[in-house]
Design a protein around this ligand. Structure first.
Ligand SMILES: Nc1ncnc2c1ncn2[C@@H]1O[C@H](COP(=O)(O)OP(=O)(O)OP(=O)(O)O)[C@@H](O)[C@H]1O
Length: 237
């Protein structure tokens, strides 16, 4: 297995006329990596840069050894954005078959993705009538089509209740165990504990990177929220 799935070097992104990310270096490996930070800190911008849909002002982003967004990565990187790409008037399976066709995958890929997210019993349900948690799973299934080597999920648990959030995180780990690196963003600090590796982001910078236990131990605190606050204080001194 490759050690580094994503390599970001000297990344600079300008949005709305101001630098959102200004000289970021980062290496992301296998397992479930959580990208956590307050709203507006640049999480989506970083994920978009990794997926290759963000115009960058400088630096490089390399994914699985290829430039982010390049042709060879087309079906090796799955991406779930914050806004749902699911068609409400189609059934779950029809949605998956549609996206499978767009990616040039066989119809069996739709069925495999349906099974991977535990929605086998809902294949014929109309997407528009699903619950929030089920909808999120359909979005995840779309991103999983073709079994990508990297799955990038932008706040997939937002708005979900704690039980559904826990179930989704368990699913991320199952996906990672099958060999897909999972990069998932959240602004909910209590989700930090669920990651193998944590990236804490603030104002376009990564202020801590490592297993949650190590980040807490380094700050001598019991939870990630306290670690985040301690790191912010440290940065001010
Ligand atoms: N389309 C855009 N045009 C101009 N500026 C933008 C655009 N999208 C985001 N920004 C700015 O870029 C910065 C980072 O936004 P980004 O969406 O990456 O943050 P985020 O951490 O993902 O936030 P959230 O958790 O709310 O999704 C913010 O200051 C935001 O105002």
């Amino acid at each position: 297995m490759m050690n580094s799935v994503v390599e970001v070097a000297a990344l600079r992104v300008v949005r709305g006329g101001r630098p959102v990310i200004d000289g970021l270096d980062l290496v992301i490996g296998a397992g479930v990596t959580g990208l956590l930070g307050p709203s507006g800190c640049g999480k989506s911008t970083l994920l978009r840069s990794i997926v290759g849909v963000q115009r960058v002002a400088g630096g490089t982003v390399t994914v699985l050894g290829e430039p982010a967004g390049s042709g060879p990565l087309r079906d090796r990187v799955g991406y779930q954005t914050q806004s749902s790409s699911v068609y409400d008037d189609l059934s779950v399976l029809e949605n998956l078959r549609f996206f499978a066709r767009v990616l040039g995958l066989p119809p069996s890929a739709a069925h495999d993705a349906l099974l991977a997210v535990d929605l086998a019993r809902h294949g014929d349900d109309v997407a528009g009538r699903l619950s929030g948690g089920q909808r999120s799973r359909v979005g995840l299934a779309v991103a999983l089509l073709g079994t990508p080597a990297l799955l990038v999920l932008d706040e997939p648990t937002v708005g979900l209740d704690p039980v559904l959030r826990r179930d989704l995180w368990a699913l991320f780990h199952r996906i990672a165990e099958q060999g897909t690196a999972v990069l998932v963003s959240s602004h909910v600090m209590d989700e930090a504990e669920r990651c193998d590796t944590l990236l804490l982001m603030r104002e376009g910078r990564i202020i801590a990177h490592g297993p949650p236990a190590d980040i807490k131990a380094a700050q001598g605190v019991a939870d990630i929220e306290s670690a985040f606050l301690a790191l912010v204080e440290e940065g001010r001194r």
